[in-house]
Design a protein around this ligand. Structure first.
Ligand SMILES: CC(C)(COP(=O)(O)OP(=O)(O)OC[C@H]1O[C@@H](n2cnc3c(N)ncnc32)[C@H](O)[C@@H]1OP(=O)(O)O)[C@@H](O)C(=O)NCCC(=O)NCCS
Length: 145
């Protein structure tokens, strides 16, 4: 689902009710600001009548950069983010993908490696707590599993 769908705003507000950001998570304000600025820069996955996963991205020449993504904590480990990423990979099949991830974020790193990203660089002391950012990319036109 795209943020331009008529039901998106209602589902988004319901999903982020009670959002308690951990270290590295986007705030609700950051999400709202991104949706306002880039209405084409997000995709959501619904399960039943609830929004369970969201990915925020930006399009650059030849590249899609994933800026942040999450699955609601009660819905993790059920393949939802993998499904949502595949929607994005299909739509932008001819683009390379880029992202940054905290070195300590084991779940996100495993997700990205599973879906065809590889490590292409790192930025030591990148985050305010001194932790390292890993840079990952996924080549264009990679076939889907
Ligand atoms: C990372 C995150 C988005 C994964 O969402 P999800 O819907 O649970 O992911 P999926 O169920 O589609 O999992 C796909 C793969 O990711 C990896 N993965 C997901 N959760 C994992 C965990 N807790 N530990 C290790 N690997 C994990 C596995 O490789 C998994 O494949 P498998 O089930 O075949 O082992 C979710 O944990 C999350 O929202 N985390 C908080 C926000 C965040 O860290 N965002 C990333 C910022 S860069």
């Amino acid at each position: 689902m795209s943020p331009e769908s008529p039901e998106f705003a209602h589902l988004f507000e319901a999903a982020i009710l009670g959002w308690r950001p951990q270290e590295g998570d986007w705030s609700v304000e950051q999400m709202r600001q991104h949706l306002l600025t880039y209405p084409n820069g997000a995709k959501a996955l619904c399960h039943g009548s609830s929004l369970v996963s969201l990915v925020f991205f930006q399009q650059l020449p030849g590249v899609v950069e994933i800026l942040y993504l999450f699955t609601l904590s009660s819905s993790r480990g059920q393949g939802f983010m993998g499904s949502l990423l595949n929607v994005l990979f299909l739509e932008f099949n001819d683009r390379e993908f880029w992202l940054e991830v905290r070195q300590s974020n084991q779940a996100a790193k495993a997700l990205y490696l599973k879906w065809g990203f590889h490590l292409c660089g790192q930025r030591p002391h990148y985050y305010s707590d001194g932790s390292t950012a890993l840079l990952m990319s996924r080549p264009a036109s990679l076939s889907l599993k």
